[in-house]
Design a protein around this ligand. Structure first.
Ligand SMILES: C[S@@+](CC[C@H](N)C(=O)[O-])C[C@H]1O[C@@H](n2cnc3c(N)ncnc32)[C@H](O)[C@@H]1O
Length: 434
């Protein structure tokens, strides 16, 4: 397969002259290895094949390193203030792979109208040739292209003018795009924080717990979540965002009730299982690999969920950030559904098991709680298995209803329903956005 990028980055948004103004499509192809280095997946959408990168961290790396270099070259020697501002904002953006409708993409008029009287170069004229070539390559050779690059705040097309026009000519309605969300001051602070340790979460769900318990293959989990959905159906709107979605069980249930669904999880094992099931079942649910405390999921949602005691992975600060990150995607009247273990109550009643011995296929895992940190608000523990040299350390946040409510209230969510959990000692809370 061949990569053909029909874009002229130098014309992206400046409308100014550039040393590369006449690069052809095929020359650009030689510049492509920047993209090719990244971990990529082949996806087909409306008959067009794309190489996509799904992990927001990898997309950010790609944009901040390789793609930026290309942009840098393109505006070098020009007085392109707009281009400079855009370039400088890149590291402060959080990137998503998204499916976007082409009608929602905006074009920069400076780019479209660009011409150079000296060389006779006209962007629009050159585009006609390039899109014809790209269309032929797509139709006849089935080449694979890359997503567009969009600025989230105004859906302005920053890279991919040739791809955009070619797809429009072909009457394609939807395409893939890397969408860059500005993170602002609040997010700058977040981005300097150490990323949540993915490997640790993955280890935790391989050794301490079993990630497969959160997949469709686990009938028990399917029944539990069906029950939860059935008794709270009226709080589920048309568009559901499931944070820490695990294997996406909730998504496959709500989809049957004609609801759209996006699941987010930081764990590759979980997202892998969810996507595999979605593919097998022909589901249109979307699953994103992302840290919910650091990333904002684009889109609009009526219901947000955080289920299966996923709250135990978030201390109060992380949880407040997570809830804040949801803000841009919900409106007044949206619902937030959370279930969680009441650790304060368990400790008081001496029901917190500080030593747990579990047997799985002949292997014994012993987990011990080693510390209670009331300043951070968590219990620390370690699980050991095999001969005891294999170990994973973990923390479990300490939650109780009054703390959850306080955080939710501070972010504008009002408690409208609270009931004891039917499956374990804890609570199911429902909040409404005011
Ligand atoms: C107990 S599982 C619950 C899965 C699912 N919600 C369910 O109810 O079946 C908790 C999930 O939280 C996810 N998780 C932990 N930290 C996260 C983070 N920072 N961002 C997104 N997901 C996270 C884990 O990977 C895990 O899949």
């Amino acid at each position: 397969m061949q990569h053909l990028d029909g874009t002229m980055p130098c014309q992206r948004h400046t409308g100014r002259s550039s040393p590369h103004a006449s690069r052809s499509v095929l020359e650009l192809n030689r510049d492509a290895p920047a993209y090719i280095c990244a971990v990529r997946i082949l996806r087909v959408l409306q008959g067009v094949s794309y190489w996509v990168i799904e992990d927001p961290v990898e997309i950010a790396e790609l944009i901040n390193n390789n793609v930026t270099r290309e942009w840098e070259t393109d505006i070098a020697g020009t007085e392109d203030h707009d281009g400079r501002a855009w370039l400088d904002s890149l590291p402060e953006r959080s990137w998503r792979l998204e499916r976007v409708r082409l009608t929602r993409v905006r074009l920069d008029q400076g780019t479209m109208n660009y011409s150079d009287g000296r060389t006779g170069y006209s962007f629009v004229e050159r585009l006609v040739e390039r899109r014809r070539l790209l269309q032929r390559s797509l139709r006849e050779f089935g080449i694979v292209i890359w997503p567009l690059v969009l600025r989230a705040e105004d859906r302005m097309l920053m890279d991919g003018y040739c791809r955009y026009h070619t797809l429009t000519d072909m009457k394609v309605k939807e395409t893939f795009a890397y969408v860059g969300y500005p993170m602002g001051e609040r997010f700058n602070r977040l981005s300097s924080r150490k990323p949540a340790s993915r490997r640790n979460i993955e280890e935790y769900y391989r050794k301490h717990d079993d990630f497969r318990r959160y997949a469709m293959s686990n009938e028990r989990r399917v029944k539990q979540l069906s029950r939860l959905y059935d008794s709270n159906r009226r709080y589920f709107g048309k568009r559901v965002l499931d944070i820490a979605c695990g294997g996406g069980v909730l998504g496959f249930l709500v989809e049957k009730h004609d609801r759209s669904y996006v699941g987010v999880d930081v764990n590759r094992d979980m997202i892998g299982m969810a996507r595999a099931h979605a593919e097998m079942a022909g589901s249109s649910n979307r699953f994103l690999l992302a840290d919910a405390t650091r990333e904002v999921v684009g889109g609009s949602f009526d219901t947000v969920t955080l289920l299966g005691n996923a709250l135990c992975h978030f201390d109060t600060k992380d949880f407040a950030r997570l809830v804040g990150n949801v803000d841009p995607s919900v409106g007044r009247g949206a619902h937030f559904i959370i279930d969680y273990r009441d650790v304060v109550d368990l400790l008081y009643r001496r029901k917190w098991k500080s030593k747990l011995v579990e047997r799985n296929k002949g292997m014994v895992t012993v987990s011990n709680t080693t510390n209670c940190d009331t300043k951070k608000g968590n219990l620390a523990g370690v699980s050991k298995w095999g001969d005891g040299t294999n170990r994973v350390e973990f923390t479990q946040a300490i939650w109780a209803p009054f703390i959850v409510e306080l955080v939710m209230e501070s972010r504008g969510w009002k408690l409208i329903k609270r009931e004891e959990h039917s499956d374990w000692p804890g609570w199911l809370d429902i909040y409404r956005k005011s």
